[in-house]
Design a protein around this ligand. Sequence first.
Ligand code: NOJ
Ligand code: CA
Length: 677
Amino acid sequence: MIRGLVAALLATVATPALAEDVTSPDGRIVATLDVDNDGVPYYRVMRDGAEVIAESDLGFTFTDAETMRRNFVIENAVTATHDDTWEQPWGERRFVRDRHNELAVTFRETRDTSKRALTVRMRVFDDGIGFRYEFAESADMPVANIAEELTEFAIAGDGTAWWIPGGDWNRYEYLYNETPITGVSIAHTPMTVRLDNGTHLSFHEAALVDYSGMWLRRMDGRRFRAMLAPSSRGAKVVREGAFETPWRTIRIADGPDGLVESNLELNLNEPNKLGDVSYFEPAKYIGIWWGMIRGDWSWAQGPKHGATTERAKEYVDFAAENGFRGVLIEGWNYGWDGNWFGNGRDYSYTRSYPDFDLEEVAEYARGKGVRIIGHHETGGNIQVYEAQLEDALDLYQRLGVDVIKTGYVADAGGIISCNADIADPCEGEVYEWHDGQRQVQHHLKVVQAAAERQIAINPHEPVKDTGLRRTYPNWVAREGARGQEYNAWGRFANGPEHDPTLVYTRMLSGPMDYTPGVLGLVGAEGVPIASTKAKQLGLYLAIYSPIQMAADFKESLAEHPRELDFIRQVPADWAESHLIAGAVGDYAIFARKDRNSEDWYVGGVNDATERTVTLDFDFLEDGQTYAATIYKDGPEATYLTDKRHDIAYETLSVAKGDRYTVRLAPGGGMAMQLKRR
Ligand code: NOJ
Ligand code: CA
């Protein structure tokens, strides 16, 4: 209202140009780009004739140049359409269709002092929109020192939001809040919203390259604004010459399945730049890991040291006997003694502790057809890591290590980097955010250096995934949320609703190295995990990753032969994936088709509420029968008592058209293998 009044008074300031619209291929979504009467560029999104995103401003502030906000006119508008299908080397599905309409509007400043251009490219798909800013080379502003991005997201209806805090100390490792939209403060993306009319939305970004990660800050009501992760330099982003920002994305779906099955961010990323990545094999792995997480073993030297040559060989033996491709070994290298948290100054990425012989273990593994999964914990010290990066990667490459887990354990804002003002060799330390521009650059540098050596990367304490696995398919998984490890650190530390919430939030961004398969259901000092045994199997279907751990001790895995058999067989690479039942934060059941056979797998996870779900097998092939092996919660199963171990098995013959009713226990889950006869 006030805005309209001011606009009327200032009507002479800018000539309002005609709004430019772009419609989704199915005609349901219409996005508009325009300037208001103050010459402020904005966008709006309608679906089925109703506003989903109300008028939302676009713009920037800079540390050394005038704000880009008012006094723009539309100079130019170009449209395009696109429809093709591309193939993923690995993933939740083999083929992805990219069908969208595009509108690129160039806004031009009309100030006497400044005539800068700002192009906004908007792509509208049936399942949402993405837009980015494009800066041309400009004599007016040869370097963009971005203080803040002013992009708004004004949600047009009431609803519920699922979100974790942005800008807090523990990076992305929080339990999700479920609040009214108006209860959000500062959120990381993806942020999930269910409008009261049932429409599901997810706010995120795609192709985060050489820029700062975006948080969402609620300004007032249901209006959010971008807030970029800070930088030690003052300007949050520094870019020279022509450049593009990441895409700002909004998935829009009728229900949770549409939200989960959308490929919006992947489609907005550049195609594969690495070529043949068949060296990466989606697979399952075990490791010298859970013992350190629980405190039984240590990463550091001493009587509890986990990574000994002897133990590593035992894990290799177990992997070979049970068909696990990989064995993760953490804590084999110098640097873990004393305080390794958020420090990282002492790490050597090439020197083994005396009780661990890397060459010997690697050779032993080779002889057994098993691969060591390498580990580079940095303590957040990328200065020390980057100085050793080439040597560290060369060493692993020579030993046949083709997947490396990296780690950045430091409080948010505690990434230790070089002082950007001091040239190579860099001296002095500055502190950066896990999702600031410097760390975004760092991750890509590691991924590219690893790709040169045919090595895949799986960062923990990472920057969030924005679909870059399409462009760099050796970037195979990440952590970037509270993983299973939290279950070791306190009774029910990840509550039962955490997993069915991850499915609809964090997992929309990409694969997660969640580390399922703790069949013993026990954390540190005997604390129980908020999960039934069947849920540990359901996690392999609910939380997608092309590398899936069986995280428990090998002795504990061996104590559960039937469950171990399921873990051995469940694929880590899929031809198709569908959410067949679920609700945000409540439960999630997927049907996924193996990429290498005609078999299907069905399974998922439940929250704390007992429920009965009827599944239908519409996805199966006509006229075929399937032998189903089912792992489900036993009649008394509940995460709350020792009955969490109660599991039941069933075998059936099923075909398309059949239905199956299953009880999901509190904190429960289920898994099913469907072998085509
Ligand atoms: C935290 C990671 O999430 C965990 O998997 C790893 O074992 C430790 N850091 C040590 O690197
Ligand atoms: Ca972690």
